[in-house]
Design a protein around this ligand. Sequence first.
Ligand SMILES: CC(C)(COP(=O)(O)OP(=O)(O)OC[C@H]1O[C@@H](n2cnc3c(N)ncnc32)[C@H](O)[C@@H]1OP(=O)(O)O)[C@@H](O)C(=O)NCCC(=O)NCCS
Length: 141
Amino acid sequence: MLAQIHNLSFEDDEAQKWDAETFEELFKIKGTEGYLLEKDAQPLGFILFRHLYDEAEIITFCILPRWCNNGYATFLLKTIIKSLEQKAVKRVFLEVRENNNAAIGLYHKCSFKQIGRREGYYNSSPGNKIDALVMQLELSN
Ligand SMILES: CC(C)(COP(=O)(O)OP(=O)(O)OC[C@H]1O[C@@H](n2cnc3c(N)ncnc32)[C@H](O)[C@@H]1OP(=O)(O)O)[C@@H](O)C(=O)NCCC(=O)NCCS
């Protein structure tokens, strides 16, 4: 189910189409956790992150297109941030495509700051590379 939601959410980006095995492998890595958001028992989206010691990294995050712009991503992100704060996490990191305005807007709204850039980090269409912005949120615990 995660692969299905992910692929529908990243419909315009072939490189982001992950299969079920990819998710199975991710969950085998120590510290990997996920929250699935549902409404009336229907999945709306999910967030996957890794928590090790006092740091956490967001691995992937998506809301199904038909549910976007309703504040669900903000709710989900703030929920995991609160949970990580309670676990004494000090910093949350993520990488995002520099042209993903919706996600960058969301992360700024939730107080993430850009701390770096990885040139050509993502493969988009063949021969087309996109930079990753590295963002961080410092938690106040
Ligand atoms: C990015 C994503 C998770 C946002 O989900 P969402 O539920 O629509 O987000 P919200 O409704 O909570 O919006 C939160 C903020 O994000 C920003 N945002 C959302 N959609 C936007 C858009 N199309 N353009 C610009 N900013 C946008 C805004 O700052 C918005 O705050 P506002 O409503 O106060 O203006 C969703 O668009 C998505 O799943 N996209 C495809 C997958 C993806 O790119 N994931 C992130 C990978 S790093």
